[in-house]
Structure formats: structure tokens, C-alpha cells
Design a protein around this ligand. Structure first.
Ligand code: SAH
Length: 218
């Protein structure tokens, strides 16, 4: 098992390096820990077998249940914007394949991730465990409520598009914490928003345009 995962990893190492150079560095991501994480995490193990050969392409891919794994550049960009470091605790809403959670886990102390589709929550928890990630905790729930027990969070990444920023997530953001969320209508172009909490006050900035699957409610 171990050795076959490593052999596959070898097989895709060149594709992964090319992805980092041609899709991520070329578009302006410079944070070295983020780039290292993108070089390391075996994205082909997070997509369905039939998409394995496309795993390092410059686009999102279907992961079943009508959901997608985000485009590699967007994963890297959101990670960089979050300013990760090994002292930080992160919350992700929308585990999906677990790929963004794995990239984050390479760069922060611990990751809590919530997924609303029960099958995706259990599949990704299993996958992350197999890959040896001990600092990621996944649960099935509606991420709207956040995860109070482990709050406050230095980083909150939302990977599904909401029409509004859920208030519980703002409340669970630590001081100097950073919340990155796509805001806008489902199935259309949304805006990626960054909220930074400073002395209890929220500073909002608009980053770029994106297209994410909709934020659902249980
Ligand atoms: N971060 C994922 C991308 C997943 S796509 C990855 O790296 O693969 C967005 C995910 O958000 C989907 O799996 C969808 O089911 C989930 N989602 C949508 N609304 C949600 C909610 N309210 N709470 C938790 N997860 C949600």
C-alpha cells in the first residue's frame, strides 16, 4: 500500500512541479510554504480514478455528488491570502475531496473541516487518514454554524459560494484572523472576499472573481 502510493506519487511528480510553475507561480503566488505544500500534496489521489490523468490540469474537476475539487491556482491563492504558519488553527467549510484541507494542513498547526454531503465527509476523512494527516479533523455538518468548540480560528476558508457571509464564522474568527469566502449568486461569477478582524473590527477587501459551487444549508 505505502509503496504503491509512493510509486504513483513519483509518476506524477513532474506534472505537479509543472502545475506549480506554470499555473501558480506564473500567476503571482510567492508564499514559499504555500508553494511547498502545492508541490507536495498528491492531488491525483483526491480525484476520482477516471480523472487521475487530469489531476494537475488548470481547472476544477468533478468529485461526485455534484461537487468539484477547486482549480489548483485557486487553492494556492486562497492558502496564500490566509497567511498560514505553523502557529495557526484553521477552519475550512466545504471539505469536498479534502485537497484544500491537506494543503492547509501542510502549512498550519491544525485544520478543522466541515462537509455537508455525508459521503464526501467520510470519504475525505478516510483519504486524509490514509495519507497520514494527523492534524486534520473532518465532520459532517452544515458549516454555516462554524465549529465553536475549536474556535477562535486564525484562518477560515469557505470553499462554497454564499450570498452572505455567515455571522457565526465572523464571530469565530480570532483577532488578526483572516476569513476568505466567495460571495455571490450560485452557479455564476462570485467575488472572493477577505475579512480581517482587527481589535474586534472587520476590514473587508475584494480580491478577485471566482466560480464556486453553492453553499447549501441542511
Ligand atoms: N475544498 C474542496 C472543494 C469542495 S467544493 C476541495 O478541496 O476539494 C465545495 C464543498 O462545499 C462541496 O463538497 C459541498 O458539498 C460543500 N458545502 C456546501 N455547502 C456547505 C455547508 N453549508 N457546510 C459544509 N459544506 C458545504
Amino acid at each position: 500500500m505505502e509503496s504503491s502510493i509512493l510509486q504513483q506519487d513519483d509518476r506524477f511528480a513532474a506534472a505537479r512541479e509543472k502545475m506549480v510553475t506554470q499555473q501558480i507561480i506564473s500567476r503571482g503566488v510567492t508564499d514559499e510554504p504555500t508553494l511547498q505544500a502545492m508541490r507536495k500534496v498528491p492531488r491525483h489521489l483526491f480525484v476520482p480514478k477516471e480523472y487521475e490523468s487530469e489531476a494537475y490540469d488548470d481547472n476544477p474537476l468533478p468529485i461526485g455528488y455534484g461537487q468539484t475539487i477547486s482549480q489548483p491556482y485557486i487553492v494556492a491563492y486562497m492558502t496564500e491570502v490566509a497567511k498560514p504558519d505553523h502557529s495557526k488553527t484553521a477552519l475550512e467549510i466545504g471539505t469536498g475531496s479534502g485537497y484544500q484541507a491537506a494543503v492547509l494542513a501542510e502549512t498550519v498547526k491544525s485544520v478543522y473541516s466541515i462537509e455537508i454531503v455525508p459521503e464526501l465527509a467520510s470519504e475525505s476523512a478516510e483519504r486524509l487518514k490514509k495519507l497520514g494527516y494527523k492534524n486534520i479533523t473532518v465532520k459532517h455538518d452544515d458549516g454555516y454554524k462554524g465549529w465553536k468548540e475549536f474556535s477562535p480560528f486564525d484562518i477560515i476558508l469557505v470553499t462554497a459560494a454564499a450570498d452572505q457571509i455567515p455571522q457565526p464564522l465572523i464571530d469565530q474568527l480570532a483577532d488578526n484572523g483572516r476569513l476568505v469566502i466567495p460571495v455571490g449568486p450560485p452557479m455564476a461569477v462570485q467575488e472572493l472576499i477577505l475579512l480581517v478582524k482587527k481589535n474586534g473590527k472587520i476590514e473587508k477587501s475584494r480580491l478577485t472573481f471566482v466560480r464556486f459551487v453553492p453553499f447549501k444549508r441542511l
